[in-house]
Design a protein around this ligand. Structure first.
Ligand code: NOJ
Length: 691
């Protein structure tokens, strides 16, 4: 397909039509066929409502999609196919763990494999474009959308970004069973002030480049087809009207070749944000900034022609946006294969992969006196509001998930044992507690993430009765459990883990699976500590007590709470023990270092260790983080087995964006820490000297 030639033959109206995305909400849709015939529909978002995240299901099917496609292909003058998109976030019919949980697996191969399964199921319903991955790093677990993210760390987010994009797109997303991905929400949305959704953000260029932009840069390098512009403003400038962010940085500096779609009605929102007086101005500002497709506002459709006739925009700028849209349609294979023809989906394989993903994601936080794994001869009583839950446990943004397929926590455990009917007869109480999916996701932030009184009371009651209490915590986001944690003998942070939650929980509880998830986000003691994250910059006297446990009022932030988290970033126990020793530098040449550490499984079970490598740039022209994750490897060790894990560190890892926005590697001392979480103590020093 010669896109330039195609564009030459199009009328301006047809061109503008391609920049318009229409919502196909079955309950309200009206006259979409005619609009397609008129050439006014470049894309359709298959949504439920404007707040799709938690709404009740309303599925799509490929025949309906094909019917609409036929109108575009056969009845319009340009014959250009429609790109159909839907929010396929962490599963389609088979629901995988929420993205935050998948990040906790630190297993990028498995994440990729999961998204391959997800893509096939979604493709079969006529979906060719998804609005994922969400790459908004967030330091605020009050924000409902943290569950859609990879957590607080940019390096982890970069790796997850590559894995998800490659899972969805493969190396050629024109193929059947593949979806075009969308990196969202560009950029800074995760920094919404106070964790309140859609709120303003205040992010310096230094922080933006060193933290928030990094996953998006990786997404572009991974050839993501599309990028969604975020709702938020950054320091006074809405992203949707920021030519600097969308064109100068994303398209020119990063080299993004695909198209930018606005978020839902984000173009019109420029009026609410007070930078545009009317819809026409919104259209002008967004297009000029670099938003190529208008999601559902119908504003490009209504005003671009007028703006052109008034000389406020040029046809070149329309053509540039159009080129990008058609380029992606071409890459998605639509010109050759516009219709969906179902591919073979092995749902049993997908369920198996979803289970594997859930197992790898769950984090063992506490295991006093090795109460876990349980034995089938234990007398167990199961309590808690999540034990029979089939829907919340699927998580937010589960438009097509089938709750009837969910294996509940109770059902999973029931495959191993018959729980006692009366708590009096039990020695061990499994408490499956958590939060509803309806308090997570879009437009669902919480002011208080402290563990709820009723959960604490329940655990306390059983503890007082002399029972051993095992918590299975099905939360979407971190819960601050300082007041409740002491009443649990063991805690598995089991997230909203999707269709296979119960099977994964049971296999972990009874030791068939050794837990190996690690926290992608800090668990604070109390809500009031937020923001609390591991990679903050070095401080002066008021050092954040995240790392420093000394009882010193000049470094302790609060009089009523310790400054450290309850569980740090990267933390996660196993049923076995891992010993880290002999940190060393194996080679140093041309600014490239190979460092290594020995890891030994000294416990009683085979298991997986997540070996993490952090650096600290000790002296630099700008203040650098106390620690930054730069590499990780999940390894399997049989009991008694020992392995050496090596990490390569070069300019990419040692460098940062300086105050002039240049990526630099500065000479000097770096400390490299290696071990099992952000607190790891084993370290070596390297001195970087330029060649
Ligand atoms: C708004 C959300 O912010 C975005 O993530 C989603 O993809 C769109 N709505 C479409 O549903």
């Amino acid at each position: 397909m010669n896109i330039k030639e195609l564009i030459k033959g199009m009328t301006v109206e047809e061109k503008i039509g391609q920049l318009n995305q229409v919502a196909y909400i079955p309950a309200t849709i009206d006259g979409i066929e005619d609009r397609i015939r008129e050439g006014k529909v470049g894309s359709i978002i298959l949504a439920q409502t404007a707040f799709a995240g938690n709404d009740s299901p309303c599925s799509v099917d490929y025949e309906k999609v094909n019917r609409l496609q036929r109108i575009a292909v056969e009845e319009t003058r340009s014959h250009i196919p429609i790109l159909f998109g839907r929010d396929v976030i962490h599963g389609h019919k088979t629901v995988f763990p929420i993205p935050l949980a998948m990040a906790a697996s630190f297993d990028t191969e498995l994440i990729k494999k999961s998204y391959e399964c997800i893509a096939k199921e979604a493709y079969n319903d006529g979906i060719k474009w998804t609005f994922a991955p969400m790459l908004d790093m967030s330091r605020d677990p009050r924000w409902g959308r943290i569950i859609e993210s990879a957590g607080e760390d940019p390096y982890l987010a970069q790796n997850v970004a590559r894995a998800v994009i490659s899972g969805f797109q493969g190396d050629d997303y024109s193929k059947r069973g593949r979806l075009c991905a969308c990196a969202k929400h560009y950029v800074g949305y995760g920094a919404s002030e106070g964790g309140r959704d859609y709120n303003r953000t205040e992010i310096s260029e230094y922080t933006l480049r060193n933290f928030y932009l990094r996953a998006f840069k990786s997404a572009v390098e991974a050839d993501v087809g599309t990028v969604m512009s975020a709702f938020n403003e950054i320091s006074g400038q809405p992203v949707t009207s920021s030519r600097y962010l969308l064109t100068d940085v994303l398209k020119e500096e990063f080299g993004f070749k695909g198209f930018v779609v606005s978020d839902w009605a984000a173009v019109k929102q420029l009026i609410d944000q007070g930078v545009a007086e009317n819809e026409k101005e919104c259209a002008q500002m967004s297009l000029k900034a670099g938003v190529d497709m208008d999601m559902v506002d119908d504003i490009y459709n209504k005003y671009l022609l007028k703006l052109l006739s008034e000389g406020k925009i040029t046809e070149e700028i329309i053509d540039e946006a159009l080129y990008r849209v058609l380029y992606i349609k071409e890459k998605a294979g639509l010109f050759d294969d516009p219709y969906t023809a179902p591919v073979n989906v092995d749902r049993a394989f997908n369920a198996k992969t979803a289970k594997e993903m859930a197992e790898e994601s769950m984090v063992l936080l506490k295991n006093e006196n090795n109460i876990l794994p349980l034995s089938v001869s234990d007398k167990i009583y199961i309590d808690g509001e999540m034990k029979d839950d089939t829907r919340s446990i699927l998580g937010s943004w589960t438009l097509d998930g089938i709750a009837e397929e969910t294996v509940t926590v109770f059902e999973g455990i029931n495959k191993y044992i018959t729980p006692v009917l009366n708590e009096k007869d039990a020695d061990i109480i499994i408490l499956a507690i958590g939060e509803s999916h309806t308090v997570t996701g879009e437009a669902h932030s919480l002011a208080d993430i402290d563990m709820k009184r009723e959960h604490i009371s329940l655990a306390k009651k059983y503890k007082a009765e002399g029972k051993k209490v095992v918590g299975v915590l099905n939360f979407g986001r971190p819960v601050a459990m300082e007041d409740g944690e002491k009443y649990f003998d063991a805690i598995i942070y089991a997230w909203h883990s999707g269709t296979q939650t119960g099977n994964a929980v049971a296999d972990i509880l009874f030791g068939k699976v050794n837990p190996c998830g690690h926290l992608p986000v800090t668990l604070p003691r109390k809500t009031g500590q937020i923001p609390l994250y591991y990679n903050f910059t070095k401080g002066s006297r008021t050092v954040n007590e995240y790392y420093d446990h000394a009882d010193n009022r000049f470094i302790n932030n609060y009089d009523d709470c310790k400054g450290s988290p309850l569980y740090p970033f990267g933390y996660g126990l196993s049923y076995t023990e891992f010993e880290y020793s002999n940190p060393r530098i194996l080679s140093e040449k041309n600014g490239e270092y190979v460092v290594g550490i020995t890891v030994k499984n000294t416990g009683k079970f085979d298991g997986k260790a997540l070996v993490q490598c952090y650096i600290c740039d000790e002296v630099a022209s700008s203040m650098r983080p106390i620690r930054e994750l730069k590499s990780f490897e999940k390894i399997f060790l049989k009991k008694g087995e020992e392995k050496e894990v090596l990490f390569k560190l070069g300019e990419k890892e040692l460098g940062f964006y300086n105050m002039d926005n240049e990526f630099v590697v500065e000479e000097g001392l770096f400390t490299v820490y290696m071990g099992g979480d952000a607190y790891c103590e084993n370290k070596v020093s390297v001195r970087y000297i330029k060649n």
